[in-house]
Design a protein around this ligand. Structure first.
Ligand SMILES: Cc1cc2nc3c(=O)[nH]c(=O)nc-3n(C[C@H](O)[C@H](O)[C@H](O)COP(=O)(O)OP(=O)(O)OC[C@H]3O[C@@H](n4cnc5c(N)ncnc54)[C@H](O)[C@@H]3O)c2cc1C
Length: 401
């Protein structure tokens, strides 16, 4: 099977007579753009110090990863006379996989739309916005209905890292997903390369360092401390990133003996979400603020085909009790433009986001099946203090005042 056939697939072929060329081109023009495997050593001799202080915290955000053991729900359901295409339940991978997952959802919507050229999208997070944009590119007129818009959707609290395997599905469901996951990840990864270098840097490549007290070569993969009932997650081949590079003790400024350099994609979520919204509106998209308390209320909408991208909201709206909330919290500090590297230590994670330096406590015990979206400010302050103590031991270039 060649790549064209692979991407078009049988479902898309059904819709091909009514589908404008643009979606076809979009679906086939997604080659796997993997960077070369050899990463040159990352120069970390001139890292700028991180200013970690509680007074620099601008916000603490808690939200739920919408996890399903069986993986995201991307399928068609009939609701009365409407066709609903579901596109929710992406766990910790929703930003990363949004373009590819939405491509699969729009494909289903086109196949079911019988030539109608209007589409309703429920939800304005990453899955809703990318569904809407791809449908517009396929020639449809789209209206988004949502109770919240960026910057107030739950996804705005995410870390912003390319993490396409994160809590995607339980290990037992992994084999059934491999082909579709690869298609999603390839399509998304390829799309993000076209978003580089735009004003506000919505997406960029960053370097980062993973730190350890023991050599990585002798590292035995630690058994994560898990909540009762938390599954083993499926691992797919995330071969999109350059390989990591070990740095021997003494060759880096970190107060940990061992460091490993990595390179990854980062989403600066505020400018990136703004870009998605702006593109959608510029292409003639409409947005209506509306909350649905029952799926039957969708029957009153004018569009016959709807994409349901309500994330964790689908649990109540579609009575889908297979969605499990996996709580996470991110701490945003004032931006530090001179800090351009990420740090992953045992207890914390730092992302050099342009829309605010981001910190996260890596001990997520108690997060599985926890829908509490109230920020824990004590935990946030403790994490910032932990980072401050760590950074005090770094040998960095002094700040230019
Ligand atoms: C702490 C944390 C860190 C994360 N980090 C990353 C990361 O680094 N990389 C990554 O790829 N992913 C990450 N994720 C996962 C990612 O954020 C989710 O997978 C993603 O948010 C799902 O997006 P969504 O569009 O499905 O849902 P949402 O962003 O929740 O959007 C849902 C939309 O539906 C609307 N809606 C819901 N219910 C209703 C209703 N009844 N009526 C009307 N409208 C409704 C909402 O208002 C909203 O507009 C992280 C998640 C968390 C919690």
């Amino acid at each position: 099977m060649n790549r064209r056939q692979f991407f078009l697939g049988s479902t898309l072929a059904l819709a091909s007579t009514s589908m404008p060329l643009s979606l076809r081109q979009l679906a086939v023009a997604s080659p796997i753009q993997k960077p070369g495997p050899a990463t040159p050593p990352i120069d970390c001799s001139a890292l700028k110090p991180i200013n970690a202080h509680g007074s620099r915290v601008t916000g603490v955000y808690a939200c739920s990863r919408p996890f399903r053991h069986a993986g995201p729900r991307i399928e068609t359901e009939l609701l009365g006379h409407k066709v609903i295409v579901h596109n929710y339940g992406h766990g910790g991978a929703g930003w990363s996989l949004s373009w590819g997952s939405s491509m699969q959802a729009v494909r289903l919507a086109l196949a079911a739309s019988a030539g109608r050229n209007t589409l309703g999208v429920i939800g304005c997070g990453p899955l809703g916005l990318t569904s809407a944009l791809l449908a517009q590119q396929a020639g449809l007129s789209v209206c988004i209905y949502a109770k919240e818009l960026p910057p107030d959707v739950p996804s705005m609290g995410a870390t912003g890292l390319w993490s396409p395997t994160s809590r995607f599905c339980a290990a037992q469901y992994g084999p059934a997903w491999t082909t579709r996951w690869e298609e999603m990840a390839n399509f998304s990864f390829s799309h993000y390369q076209k978003t580089l270098g735009l004003p506000g840097r919505p997406v960029e490549w960053i370097n980062g360092y993973k730190l350890s007290d023991t050599p990585f070569s002798s590292e035995v993969k630690p058994t994560p401390i898990k909540d009762p009932g938390e599954p083993e997650y499926a691992e797919f081949t995330n071969a999109f990133l350059p390989s990591q590079v070990d740095m021997p003790p003494g060759s880096h400024p970190f107060p940990a003996p061992y460091a490993r350099g990595w390179t990854s994609l980062m989403f600066n979520i505020a400018p990136y979400a703004n870009l998605l919204m702006t593109d959608f509106l510029a292409a003639g998209g409409q947005i209506k603020i509306q909350e649905f308390t029952d799926s039957n209320e969708l029957l009153t909408l004018p569009e016959e085909t709807l994409i349901n991208a309500t994330g964790y909201g689908a649990k109540v709206l579609f009575n889908d009790h297979s969605i499990i909330p996996v709580r996470g919290q991110t701490i945003h500090l004032m931006p530090q433009p001179d800090v351009d590297y990420g740090l992953r230590a045992k207890d914390f994670f730092i992302m050099p986001r342009r829309d605010g330096l981001l910190m996260q406590n890596m001990d997520e015990r108690g997060s599985f099946n926890n829908s509490n979206d109230r920020p824990d400010h004590m935990d946030a302050q403790a994490t910032v203090a932990q980072v401050a103590a760590f950074v005090a031991g770094m040998q960095c270039q002094p700040l230019q005042v």
